[in-house]
Ligand binder design. Structure first.
Ligand SMILES: [Zn+2]
Length: 345
């Protein structure tokens, strides 16, 4: 006998997923890389925390604050979107660490994949979900001190458990989602087999991905406490880790080469994972209504018009001089700014 996992299609969630923008994700990765280093103990990690804080304010979340966990370490940045049910200590978590590391971390630790990719995915999820109302409260958390041993998330979870006694419905941790090799552009959805049992959340994420996106998911029910989800698990909370295919190793991991075009080489994978994350967080939080005003139509250029221009850039910022393909996204540069283009024919 075959059992089907029934999953209701929700047009409101479909609208959210389709609002996701590769361009917006790309610019955020670029912005994060441009901090030069986001090493937790560096000055520019504090600058990055401010950048994230201001982004969350701009997206009009209900509450935005820093959580300092150790002196000299840049703080966690937390944004809360209140649910209509008014239950603030029962909530869904979406998190990513924004700090980075390399062999000379005070000088240069670009961390485009680890974890500029996850940080940018979170910013994009927040940009979109901020336009909707949900029944449940959602917390978006940018952790610091991950590379020094999950310090920021450990602090957050220990307080959540023993001081605030929060009920966390589910936590999703996004860490390293922008690297692939040919034929392996898929995501590993990693959940602990027991204490706590995270398998249902893994299956839930995969169902959302299957319903709303083209993402290929690999189900991994293993104990792999190598990122911030482990802090949630440690305090008994259900939390899973979303990352690029677990069976490939990013050769630029924790090096100066973790830049756009090096350690970060697959914008489309980040895009699909971000869409799946939007669908999962929205489904878990039960959307009620939309605040969106009618959106202005995109300006589409045709191929002939583009070919009259001389230099195009792909979403990785690389110059493309010929072989422009239908349906792909390219950019023009004007006064050092990228301008979006979508090619029709
Ligand atoms: Zn990481």
């Amino acid at each position: 006998m075959i059992f089907f996992f029934l999953f209701n299609f929700n047009p409101l969630i479909w609208e959210m997923v389709n609002s996701c923008s590769q361009e917006s994700i790309f610019y955020n990765v670029l912005r994060l890389q441009n901090f030069q280093t986001r090493y937790s103990l560096s000055e520019s990690a504090f600058a990055c925390a401010n950048f994230l804080y201001n982004k969350l304010l701009a997206y009009r979340l209900d509450s935005v604050y820093f959580q300092t966990f150790l002196p000299n370490y840049s703080p966690n940045v937390i944004g809360i979107k209140r649910g209509a049910n008014q239950l603030e200590s029962i909530y869904v978590v979406l998190c990513a660490h924004y700090d980075a590391i390399s062999s000379n971390p005070f000088l240069f630790a670009p961390g485009a994949d680890d974890n500029g990719s996850g940080t940018s995915a979170l910013l994009e999820v927040i940009r979109i979900l901020s336009n909707y109302n949900f029944e449940k409260t959602i917390r978006f958390i940018f952790f610091s001190g991950e590379e020094e041993g999950l310090l920021g998330s450990y602090y957050y979870c220990s307080l959540a458990k023993y001081v605030y006694e929060d009920s966390i419905i589910s936590a999703i941790n996004i860490d390293m989602i922008g690297y692939s090799i040919e034929g392996r552009d898929s995501a590993s959805i990693i959940g602990k087999p027991n204490n706590p049992n995270c398998q249902p959340l893994v299956d839930y994420f995969i169902s959302c991905a299957d319903t709303y996106t083209n993402l290929r998911c690999i189900r991994a029910i293993i104990d792999r406490p190598r990122s911030d989800h482990a802090s949630f698990n440690r305090f008994g909370y259900i939390a899973i880790h979303i990352r690029e295919n677990l069976n490939i190793n990013n050769p630029y991991y924790h090096t100066n080469g973790d830049t756009i075009g090096g350690g970060f080489n697959d914008l489309n994978l980040v895009y699909e994972i971000t869409k799946a994350t939007i669908a999962t967080i929205a489904s878990l939080s039960n959307p009620i209504s939309s605040n969106i005003l009618p959106i202005a139509k995109k300006i589409l250029y045709n191929k002939k018009k583009i070919e009259n221009r001389n230099i195009l850039y792909n979403p990785l910022g690389q110059r493309i001089s010929y072989n422009v393909k239908k349906g792909r996204m390219y950019f023009l540069k004007e006064r050092n700014q990228f301008k979006k283009l979508i090619i029709l024919k």
